[in-house]
Every structure is written in C-alpha cells, then in structure tokens.
Design a protein around this ligand. Structure first.
Ligand code: NAP
Length: 262
C-alpha cells in the first residue's frame, strides 16, 4: 500500500487533532512540525520535528530531501509569515498544499466589539482614560501596550512574557485553554476588567471569553487576522477543520495510488 508522505506545519489545535487522526493509519507517513516557541509542547502520537526551516528555501529543501508528497499548513491564523512561506514553498516545490483555515469569529447581537488592524491600533483603541484591561493575545505581541501605560493590564498567556515587553502595570496569568464560560466570567469579575483585547483566532477553545464579555458589558478590542497569502499559481485547497484536512489527504492518497498503479 502507498504511504503518502505528508508534512504538517503545526501550531493550531487542528494540527494536533489531525496528528491524532493520522496516527496508526498506514496510508500516511506524516511528520508534524513545530516552530519551537512553546517550552513544553504537548507531543503528538506521530513523528515530529521542532524548529524553523530557514525560510522558503529551507522548507523547499526539507520537502525535497524527505520526498514529501503533500503539505498541510495548520499553523495559527496569526502565523502570517509561515502561511506565506507554505504557499511559496508549495508553488516552488510543485507540491499540493492544504491550508487549514479556522473560520474567524463574527460579532453576535449585543457584542461590543471595536475591530482593529493590529496591536498598535488595539492599544490606541483603549483610549486615554485609565482602564482595567485583559490581554489574551499571547506573549510575543505585548510591546505596543507599553505605549498605553495609563491602563492596568491582566495578561493571560501560555508562556511567560519577557520582562522587557511588559507595560508598567501588568499582572501575569499563565494558563492554556480551553476555558469555560464560568472560568471566563470569574476572571473578568475578579480582575474588574473593563476591556478585553483578543486576536480574532476563531474556534471554540477560547470563544467563551467573548460571551462572558458580552454578558458583563466588557468592551472587546478585536484584532483582525493578517492578510491571507496570495494563492496564485500554487496547487492549494482550503479546509476549515481536521476532518476536512483528513478527507483532503485521503483524496490525495487515492489519487497517488491510482497514478502509481498501487
Ligand atoms: P510566523 O511569524 O508566521 O513564523 C515565523 C517563523 O517561525 C517562520 O518563518 C518559520 O521559520 C517558523 N515557524 C512557524 N511555524 C512553524 C512550524 N509549524 N514549523 C517550523 N517552523 C515554523 O509564526 P509566529 O506567529 O511566530 O508563530 C510561531 C508558531 O506559534 C507557529 O507555529 C504558530 O502556529 C504558533 N502560534 C502562533 C500564534 C500567534 O498568535 N502568532 C498563536 C498560537 C500559536 P523559518 O522561516 O526558519 O522556517
């Protein structure tokens, strides 16, 4: 039986789920790639590698050396550079690519969202008046909030942020989702939070904060996703979840089996 060699660029929960679905399936020989930003990543039940490839060239070379048949980009929606590199490497290396794109959140009735393009705009959108702000934007995009030192921040992230990136009045919480509505309500109330800043990551694992903010009348500053890569000239399909990615891989496997007469 043909075993389709697949490189999965990880970082989003869907990548881990796809890894679980592929484990033990003889039709596939997958490798899950991590950037290496998380000190204690939860390791998948399939082969994995850790660290950057060295740009587009490095990724093309890796796929060639490992005779990779297909590429799945399941990075976080805000990993804009890796997503661009995946498209360019697939184009140059002539590999089929699946982009896993989790749908963005959309405001519901009663939501008080201020939608902004980037973190600097998010910091400005908090206004001049001192407020208590919850930042759930990860640990690496905090620096713009140093330009808004009038606010008091509660910063929730998986990894501890570097001291240099922190605004002056910052309290740190280390936690990894999923979070329940009750968790989020309790956090907003305990912190006397008046505004929440979040990336529009989409997905269920971290959506409960939006419902809790709506219920408690907390303003939400929603940072929009980076622009999608230009897909022109690449063999690219899009799926919205791990089940869709698996269906795409099965179709690639069956097509390759037919071509090779296996
Ligand atoms: P990025 O800016 O798009 O990528 C920066 C560089 O990191 C890439 O050029 C690549 O280095 C390396 N890289 C990224 N993802 C990789 C992967 N899966 N395997 C190997 N190398 C990878 O990414 P980022 O925003 O720094 O995010 C880093 C990782 O954290 C990503 O995997 C992403 O999915 C995850 N993450 C990001 C966020 C976020 O908000 N940005 C949130 C949750 C998780 P080379 O050029 O050397 O290949």
């Amino acid at each position: 039986m043909l075993s389709l060699r697949v490189l999965i660029l990880g970082g989003a929960g869907e990548a881990a789920e796809l890894g679980r679905r592929l484990a033990g399936d003889a039709r596939f020989a997958p490798v899950l790639s991590f950037a290496g930003r998380t000190r204690a990543p939860s390791l998948p039940p399939i082969p994995y590698r850790i660290g950057g490839f060295g740009g587009v060239e490095g990724l093309v070379q890796w796929m060639s050396e490992h005779q990779c048949d297909a590429l799945v980009c399941a990075t976080h929606p805000f990993a804009g550079q890796m997503r661009r590199h995946a498209v360019e490497a697939a184009r140059r290396g002539g590999r089929p690519l699946l982009m896993l794109e989790r749908p963005a959140w959309v405001p519901a009735a009663g939501d008080r969202w201020i939608e902004v393009a980037d973190m600097a705009a998010a910091a400005r959108a908090l206004g001049d008046k001192p407020r208590r702000v919850l930042l759930t934007i990860g640990q690496k995009d905090l620096a713009p909030f140093r330009a808004a030192p009038q606010h008091s921040y509660v910063i929730r992230s998986i990894e501890r942020p570097s001291a240099e990136s922190l605004p002056p009045h910052a309290e740190l919480i280390s936690a990894r989702g999923p979070f329940t509505a009750a968790d989020e309500r309790a956090l907003l109330l305990a912190g006397r939070i008046e505004a929440l800043v979040t990336k529009n990551s989409g997905g269920a694992a971290t959506a409960a904060k939006l419902a809790a903010a709506c219920e408690l009348g907390v303003d939400v500053v929603m940072v929009q996703r980076p622009p999608a890569p230009d897909l022109d000239g690449a063999d690219v399909d899009v799926a919205t979840d791990a089940a869709g990615a698996l269906a795409w891989l099965v179709a690639r496997h069956d097509e390759a089996s037919r071509r090779r007469g296996v």
